[in-house]
Design a binder for this molecule. Structure first.
Ligand code: GLU
Length: 376
């Protein structure tokens, strides 16, 4: 029994573990934090817990809060240094606020600050999984944010939408609820009077991507619809549902779930946990472009052989994660390579029978074995 409607997100039997992401624009108003609104949301989280659901919060707001305290321009997003300083100041206040309001509902808050690398590296990812699992078992509510003060530009998530989806993968959650400042995904620019809310999405096709317009409208967060669709793709890989709902209203979760107002991305598949982690990786060491024959073979479940590789980009080592792309640059899969980039380049386009002579040692059966390939 899977999640097929927004109301399912309130059912502990169908949705035993929920990740709720709260954006900066919801938490912070013109006069500082929106305490009353947040207290209402926390009451809803407590209600979810009372229904028997595990709840993980992914909370933005550190940068915006810190920038206000330090008097930094552009909401602290003028430069990376500003954002890092702002986050360091704001995170204390943010965590304190969550701890205080959750405690008022009799709940214990647990702070987890993660970087992109914490979830890209398999060992650290499993560590995060174990910590989240233990906290939930012990009855706490993990409150997660990106560790913005140490993450440099290259190694940042940059938005909490994708962070929430990765956390959901790590915690094996059933669904992610993204609280936004819009009702959900519209079929065109929401400013257009003809725009309609899309209630259910099954598969994030190019047509769905075309509906998303640009970055954050509030200017406080960094998300926008594009990063929400990326989050939906990451969740989908792991068989996790994702919903975008309007968080600006009172009791936003009940409003959206009871009234069926929002967009639900119904997952189409359930890749094994390890392949979901691989497919959801955001940083890759290189890319292999393959011909049409190889693309077809991959879709049929085969390993990637050298004969079908057209180009090798990037510098990588055996065991690194790379993208596998078709000729027009579409990413078909993520995989862990069996050879360094130099050897891949040497073997590219060559039949298996030639490999031993080229390498000078017994070759491996494939460039990427099918067990190490996550099709996207
Ligand atoms: N991690 C950032 C913060 O706490 C927010 C990222 C986002 O806007 O999604 O301020």
């Amino acid at each position: 029994m899977g999640i097929t409607a927004l109301s399912d997100l309130a059912k502990s039997a169908i949705c035993p573990r929920l990740v709720v992401k709260v954006g900066s624009a919801l938490l912070i108003g013109a006069d500082g934090t929106r305490r009353a609104w947040l207290a209402g949301l926390v009451a809803e989280l407590a209600a979810a817990r009372a229904r028997g659901q595990d709840v993980i919060v992914v909370s933005s707001g550190a940068i915006a809060l810190g920038a206000a305290k330090l008097g930094l321009p552009k909401g602290g997003r003028g430069s990376l240094a500003d954002a890092q300083a702002a986050a360091a100041v704001g995170q204390i206040a943010l965590a304190g606020l969550w701890a205080e309001l959750l405690a008022a509902e009799g709940l214990v808050a647990a702070q987890l600050l993660l970087t992109l690398e914490d979830l890209e590296d398999r060992r650290r990812y499993l560590n995060a999984t174990a910590t989240l699992g233990r906290l939930l078992d012990a009855g706490a509510i993990p409150v997660v944010n990106e560790n913005d003060s140490v993450a440099t530009r290259e190694i940042r998530f940059g938005d909490n939408d994708r962070l929430a989806a990765r956390v959901a993968q790590a915690a094996q959650a059933s669904a992610v609820l993204l609280l936004s400042d819009v009702e959900g995904l519209y079929d065109r620019d929401p400013a257009d009077a003809a725009a309609r809310l899309v209630p259910v999405v099954k598969g994030i096709t190019p047509a769905i991507h075309a509906m998303a317009t640009g970055g954050s409208t509030s200017g406080l967060g960094s998300g926008g619809m594009t990063s929400k669709l990326q989050a939906a793709e990451i969740a989908d890989l792991a068989g996790i549902a994702l919903a975008i709902i309007n968080g600006t209203k009172d009791s936003p979760i009940a409003r959206a779930l009871d009234g069926s107002i929002g967009t639900l991305f119904v997952p189409r598949r359930k890749t094994g946990a390890r392949k979901a982690w691989l497919g959801g990786r955001l940083r890759l060491k290189g890319a292999l472009t393959v011909d049409a024959g190889a693309a077809k073979a991959l879709a049929g479940g085969s390993s990637l052989l050298a004969a079908g590789i057209l180009t090798v980009d990037g510098e990588f080592r055996r065991g690194d994660a790379v993208a596998v792309c078709d000729k027009v640059g579409r990413v078909l899969a993520h995989g862990l390579v069996e050879y360094d980039s130099a050897d891949c380049a040497m073997l590219r386009g060559r039949q298996s029978g030639e490999h031993a002579a080229l390498l000078g040692y017994a070759p491996r059966p494939a460039i990427i074995h099918r067990d190490q390939l996550a099709l996207l």
